[in-house]
Structure formats: C-alpha cells, structure tokens
Design a binder for this molecule. Structure first.
Ligand SMILES: [Zn+2]
Ligand SMILES: [Zn+2]
Length: 249
C-alpha cells in the first residue's frame, strides 16, 4: 500500500497514475494535502477513486498560512469519511519556509485536533529531531504516529520503536548513499514499517531523476526485503497489514 503520495503535484492524469499503481499491485493510495487548496484537490480524488484516501494537515512549510480561519476550515475536513489521518505536520528546519515559532504553533494545534478526533498523525521532521521528539513526548502519548521519510539515526529510531511509533520508508532507502537509513531499516521491526513514495519527490533507484509515482512502491518493498532477509511478498503483506491497522482502512 502507498501511504504517502501527493497526487495533486504529479503532472500526469490522476486516473492513469491510480490505474498504473493498481497494475503494479499497489492496492490503496493515501494522498497527502499540504494547504487548503491541496486539501480540496486531494479530497476530490478520494471521492472520485474508491481506493484513494486522503490525509489533511498544514505542512511545516505552509505553517505561516494557518491562522484561526484556516484551522476552522481544516477541522471541517478532518471528519470527511475518506480522511484517514492528520498530516503531514511537523517541523522543517532545513528550509525554514515558515519561522520555527509558526511551525511549532501549527504542529501543536494540529496534534490537538488529531487528539480531539482520535486520528493518527503523519509527521514530517527534517533537521528538527529533538524539537519534534519533545513535542511528540508532550502531546502524542499513546497516539498512532508515523515518522514519514524517516531521516534520524539508529538511536532516534530505537527511541521511536519504544514509543510505539511507525516509520515511513520510501525511495531514499534505495539510494546508494543511504547508509544510516539501511541500518535503521535492519534495526526496526517490520511490523512498524509503512511503505511510501512521497511522489512526485524522492524517486527510487533505478528511476532517479524521473518524477516519482505510487507505482514504484514495489521497488521500495524489494529493497526492504533484501535488507530484512524476507521475500518481497512477505514485506508487501506485512506492510499492508500495518497500514490497514494504522489508518483503519
Ligand atoms: Zn514530508
Ligand atoms: Zn510529503
């Protein structure tokens, strides 16, 4: 299952993208919204295709856009029957497209919203591991949490396993220089891994340089199978069960 794509950013007919994914054995797709405009588009895809679901949340880059009015509109969308989580939310200190203060505020308010509606959260954390961990410790105890595109080291990974968190693993694991991530994947239990592409970004090997699509999920599963000493079928089955449990779909 594809647990993290941005269908609204893929520059190809969505019908074809969904169809190609299905043919590649990717049965369900969760498409992630990053701001109000993208929430609307992704909700429309989820309404149009039976196997497409959505998650809505102001991306850390878009945090500065989240005022009271926007939070109110977000709250109206989270209860949509095909919305399965709040995300991606979190902190990105690499780009800092929004100030750290705005990011932290938006992150915390959206965790409160997820708590109110008992929804899982999808975390984007780039170069902000400590601050992200602090906020999750304070606000997300006992919650379903996935760290999408996990970029931490082994010790952070171990801590996340102890917290009961899940790991979104994508195309980066197939890159030749992804040494720390391959170590992390070997370390963490397979029943905590969710497959994702983050399409149209982070295209797996051997398609690097081309736009990414959910149909490439099997290449990520294959690499994980290799690292874990499992068959690709086992990885597909277990990660699909993980996603079904995590997102209740
Ligand atoms: Zn992200
Ligand atoms: Zn994303």
């Amino acid at each position: 299952m594809e647990t993290h794509a941005h269908l609204d950013m893929i520059k190809r007919e969505v019908k074809d993208v969904v169809q190609d994914a299905r043919q590649a054995g990717v049965t369900k797709i969760i498409t992630i919204g990053i701001d109000l405009e993208s929430f609307q588009k992704n909700l429309a895809y989820a309404e149009r295709f039976s196997n497409v679901y959505t998650a809505v949340g102001f991306h850390p880059h878009e945090s500065k856009k989240m005022k009271e009015g926007e939070l109110f509109l977000l709250e109206k969308m989270v209860t949509h029957p095909k919305n399965v989580a709040i995300g991606e939310i979190g902190l990105d200190y690499y780009y800092k497209h929004s100030s750290p203060e705005a990011q932290s505020q938006a992150f915390q308010k959206q965790i409160d919203l997820a708590n109110k509606y008992d929804l899982p959260i999808i975390i984007h954390d780039r170069d902000a591991h400590q601050e992200t961990a602090n906020i999750l410790t304070e606000k997300a105890q006992g919650k379903k949490v996935v760290l999408h595109c996990f970029s931490g080291n082994i010790s952070l990974a171990k801590w996340c396993v102890e917290q009961g968190f899940y790991f979104g693993i994508g195309g980066v694991v197939t890159f030749k220089n992804a040494l720390e991530l391959t170590r992390v994947v070997k370390e963490i239990p397979l029943n905590r891994i969710l497959l994702e592409t983050d399409s149209p970004f982070l295209t797996p090997h051997p398609f690097r340089g081309k736009p990414n699509e959910p149909k490439y999920i099997p290449y990520i599963a294959e690499k994980i199978a290799q690292l874990k000493g499992k068959t690709v079928e086992e990885v597909a089955q277990i990660t699909t069960e993980n996603a079904q449990y995590f997102f209740k779909i």
